[in-house]
Write a protein that binds this ligand. Sequence first.
Ligand code: S3P
Length: 171
Amino acid sequence: MSGPLVVLVGPMGVGKSTVGQLLAERLGVSYRDTDDDIVAEQGRTIAEIFVDEGEAAFRAIEKAAVRRALVEHDGVLALGGGAILDADTRALLAGQRVAYLSMDVEEAVKRTGLNAARPLLAVNPRKQWRELMEARRHLYEETATAVVATDGRTPEEVTEAALDALELKEA
Ligand code: S3P
């Protein structure tokens, strides 16, 4: 299997970057995050891209960034929460080892709250979260080879659970 050792998907605020870095450490590989790639390449924040050009333009930039990272990176790769909305991206993820970090909506609202850096949650976060997860849950599930629940768990516990679920624990 070529491509990253592990790809992490899941909603914003679920802990993809924290767990991704812990996983990479445990596996002795490097960590990469497509949101960081986009900010570095564009020289502006994700919120700025949304404001300047809108969500559709951001999704096109994101799609190219994910495609590139899947080819270039062989460690742990975290994708932005909406990357799986794109059918071509989902097709590229078929055959990869993909962990979906999940959390329930109440936990999501608590963790992300009103967060200006996350343009999709700018107002009425509880309603937005509910709608977002209704639209996306099945896409996360169909893309993932392992689902790891994060509710009530520390990042270290989630990392252990992910290693187990992905069958990456040494015997
Ligand atoms: C988004 C998630 C964000 C970022 C953008 C859109 C989404 O990434 O790509 O704000 O649509 O869920 P994180 O999941 O890394 O926060």
